[in-house]
Design a protein around this ligand. Structure first.
Ligand code: PLP
Length: 388
């Protein structure tokens, strides 16, 4: 079918594949939009002879379209979609066995930390959190039984940048796979497999969906054996999103490139304002030339993203107060959608890391800079900071 052309990563640009890859015109109606296939079961010509679909948990046409599209954007041979970022992570971690060891970044997303330290560890999995920007620290953390090194870049919420190619080399000295959570960067800004990652993880709830209206997760890899195992686990565990969820994520991907350009532009403007304000003590943004990961970010990212964190004078009290005095920025968890959001990671998204080595500073505020009018974003931030 001519539509299959769009699955070819070499032939078409990112923006074209974001709109077309994996999405075949409906053969009966010619509909240009992938249908939401609600059927739970699919007719078979003879027992075991079917068109690739048997039961919707195992495979579903809407999910298949999403899987092909996002895999193409990541430059991956294989992609698997899940009900949430956490269920994608859980399914991937179930390729390990008790006794295996996981290394994760010491400012990993709180939910990843909770899954590994509070759900898997009591079942016999070992883990070490370390500074993945320090090659010696990574080497020291790795053990013969290390099976996964779990990196995020940029990280949530400290926006630390990990040099993917540099750590891939170290990880591959052993018998481990490098997993990169690409949620903040998106495939538009960073294609981690091309820098040496073995698996890419997404919370598609964020930029991929892009409109704060669908929870989802994704795994992408070029490793066929691993992908087969993941597809087995995807079916065996069943943590898959509904066809409507998959449709919304697929629709979100179509505008990912234009949204990301605008997120980056507005984030740059917000960073400039924050840097010039006397109530702000430190701005964390990989686009800043004095950011410790700036050089790595320039090498591996097309632009620096829409997430900005900063620390305020006046400690936790001031940070908490600030989050309640914005209007364009809604006080809410999550990130990566068209509307601007503000949050206090210590009390909100990263509360599960309190008291651990992954605890975040109490004076930290995180912004997910949306795609609204730049001036409205600047006016809102400016008035809130002035009131501190
Ligand atoms: N990874 C990162 C970097 C995240 O920020 C999140 C959620 O905030 C997740 C994974 C988990 O994804 P979900 O909330 O879709 O389960």
């Amino acid at each position: 079918m001519a539509d299959d052309l769009f699955a070819d990563a070499e032939m078409f640009g990112f923006e074209t594949r974001a709109i077309r890859a994996g999405q075949r015109h409906d053969p009966t109606s010619g509909a240009v939009v992938t249908p939401i296939s609600l059927a739970t079961t699919f007719v078979q010509e003879e027992p075991g002879v079917h068109r690739g679909y048997e039961y919707s948990r195992t495979n579903n046409p809407t999910r298949q379209a999403l899987q092909e599209c996002l895999a193409s954007l990541e430059g991956a041979a294989h992609g698997l979609a899940f009900a949430s970022g956490m269920s994608a992570e859980d399914t991937l971690l179930r390729t390990l066995l008790p006794g295996d060891h996981i290394v994760l970044g010491n400012d990993a997303y709180g939910g990843t930390f909770r899954l590994i330290s509070a759900v898997l560890a009591p079942m016999g999995f070992a883990w070490t959190a370390t500074d993945l920007t320090d090659p010696d620290a990574l080497r020291a953390a790795m053990r013969p039984e290390t099976k996964i090194v779990w990196a995020e870049t940029p990280t949530n919420p400290l926006l630390t940048v990990v040099d993917i190619a540099a750590i891939a080399e170290i990880v591959h000295e052993g018998d481990a796979r490098l997993v990169v959570d690409n949620t903040f960067a998106t495939p538009y800004l960073q294609q981690s497999l091309s820098h040496g990652a073995d698996v890419v993880v997404h919370s598609t709830t964020k930029y991929c969906g892009g409109h704060s209206d669908v929870v989802g997760g994704f795994l992408a890899t070029n490793d066929t054996e691993l992908s087969d195992r993941l597809a087995y686990l995807q079916n065996a565990i069943g943590a898959v999103g509904s066809p409507f969820d998959n449709y919304l994520t697929l629709r979100g991907l179509k505008t990912l490139a234009v949204r990301m350009d605008r997120h980056c532009e507005n984030a740059r403007a917000a960073v400039e304002l924050l840097q010039g304000h006397d109530k702000v003590t430190h701005v964390l943004y990989p686009g800043l030339s004095d950011h410790p990961g700036h050089d790595a970010a320039v090498r591996q990212m097309k632009d620096f993203g829409g997430m900005v964190s900063f620390r305020v004078a006046g400690g936790a009290d001031a940070a908490l107060r600030l989050t309640t005095t914005t209007q364009v920025f809604s006080l809410a968890e999550s990130l990566g959608a068209v509307e601007s959001l503000i949050e206090h990671p210590g009390v909100m998204t990263h509360a599960s890391a309190a008291g651990s080595e992954l605890e975040v500073p109490a004076d930290l505020v995180r912004l997910s800079v949306g795609i609204e009018s730049t001036q409205d974003i600047l006016d809102d931030l400016g008035q809130a900071l002035d009131r501190l």
